[in-house]
Design a protein around this ligand. Structure first.
Ligand SMILES: Cc1ncc(COP(=O)(O)O)c(C=O)c1O
Length: 406
């Protein structure tokens, strides 16, 4: 008898162009003795578990079965109101609930944007290297990509934008590079997006993780400086989340956009999940109203700063011969570029795994998969001593790799 697998129809074509790197680094992190510098994960030991458990009790007694129902596709109305007010303060302009969609993390916002904006082979202009999750989310839509040049003067950017569908950016402490984009470059890009009449996606999960320097206004705020009044109709689609500033397990994020874009995203969301979890959205409201995020962020920022410093100091000693990097002013990652022409980080990855350490190879952040001269290293998840050990293992792996026939 033929095996049942041989007679099954093929999976959809986009799957053959996919990779399981995110799945891999989430499961690698759970293996004992393994040091994962791969995931973009917060430090779990600082999660405010007791405060969350108390807030959950309050949420249930406050909202009762309302928190246990299917809810509106747009999300739990009191939390939408809270987010509208928060974003109005942050961007110094007025948003209403018509500008807010609650999502299952910012990741769902990216997925829904792919559904409502990308038809096959349409062009996305994306900050390069590009967040792997966005590339994963949009792969089934088969977009083509063009790298965004943040040039302030901008002839090349203006040309690139013509005919594109939207621009994708992570201007605060980018994933994977950790870079912070200047106000001049943000302003110039916003103006060019408006001239070209295309959407501008501002994905901002790392806003709260400012380790040094001063914050730069979001493009949503810069738009508000131009058009302070009236219902928000601007080109910026802003994605926020509580994953990095509080806990990722809430799976609570939001999109801020013009009402027509929110409505399009709602149509895409209803077929994705009917509605997000009212329970975690009611819990998130409770946490935010109690000021838990404001209390938590300074604590994690202090730890993340010393972790970043420890990782960079260890890397300067152990890896400086082979890699170079800039110290990121915030976020979760150091982007290491090889100085050595023979280093291919896809190949180095296998050597690193055998030394029980993981990073994310640069190719994951390239729509064409060709960026093999860099790697992303996370500094938030592990304590300084573990980071130092991880970097030492990476040095052993690099030495072994270069000593092989690479
Ligand atoms: C740039 C970027 N966007 C979106 C996300 C998804 O975050 P969330 O946990 O809110 O879905 C991440 C997570 O690492 C990210 O780095």
């Amino acid at each position: 008898m033929a095996s049942s697998t041989t007679s099954r129809p093929a999976f959809s074509r986009w799957l053959s162009a996919s990779n399981d790197i995110t799945q891999q680094f989430l499961s690698i992190g759970a293996q004992p003795d393994f040091i994962s510098l791969a995931g973009g994960l917060p430090a779990a030991e600082f999660y405010p578990n007791a405060a969350i458990s108390e807030a959950m009790e309050r949420a249930l007694s406050r909202w009762g079965s309302k928190a246990l129902e299917y809810g509106p596709v747009e999300g739990f109305l009191p939390l939408r109101q809270h987010i509208a007010e928060r974003m109005s303060r942050q961007a110094v302009r007025s948003f209403t609930t018509d500008n807010v969609l609650l999502t299952v993390g910012a990741m769902q916002g990216l997925d829904l944007l792919g559904k409502v904006l990308i038809d096959p082979h349409e062009r996305v202009v994306a900050q390069f290297p590009t967040y792997v999750g966005a590339l994963d989310a949009w792969r089934p839509r088969s977009p083509s990509y063009q790298a965004l040049d943040w040039d302030v003067d901008g002839a090349t950017t203006a040309d690139a934008l013509r005919g594109a569908k939207f621009i994708y950016t992570v201007p605060n402490y980018s994933n994977p590079t950790g870079a912070l984009v200047s106000i001049a470059a943000r302003q110039a890009l916003l103006e060019k997006a408006m001239e070209a009449g295309i959407w501008l996606v501002e994905d901002d999960p790392y806003l709260a993780l400012q380790l040094d320097g001063t914050a730069v206004p979001s493009m949503l705020e810069l738009h508000g400086r131009m058009e302070k009044t009236g219902s928000y109709q601007g080109p910026v689609i802003y994605l926020g989340t509580l994953s990095k500033s509080l806990v990722p397990g809430l799976r609570v994020g939001w999109a801020i956009a013009s009402p027509d874009m929110i409505q399009a995203l709602v149509l895409a969301k209803q077929s994705a999940d009917l509605s997000g979890s009212m329970l975690t959205q009611a819990l998130a409201l409770e946490l935010l109203e109690a000021g838990l995020e404001e209390a938590h962020v300074p604590e994690i920022v202090r730890h993340y700063r010393s972790r970043r410093d420890a990782l960079c100091a260890a890397a300067a000693t152990e890896l400086g011969e082979w890699f170079e990097w800039e110290m990121p002013p915030g976020g979760m990652f150091v982007w290491m570029r090889s100085r050595h022409p023979a280093i291919d980080t896809d190949a180095l990855y296998g050597f690193a795994l055998s030394e029980k350490v993981a990073f994310v190879p640069g190719s994951a952040f390239d729509p064409a998969g060709k960026l093999r001269s860099a790697m992303r290293v996370n500094f938030t998840r592990n304590a300084p001593a573990v980071l130092e050990e991880g970097i030492a293992r990476l040095a052993v792996a690099t030495r072994r790799y270069l000593g092989s026939n690479c």
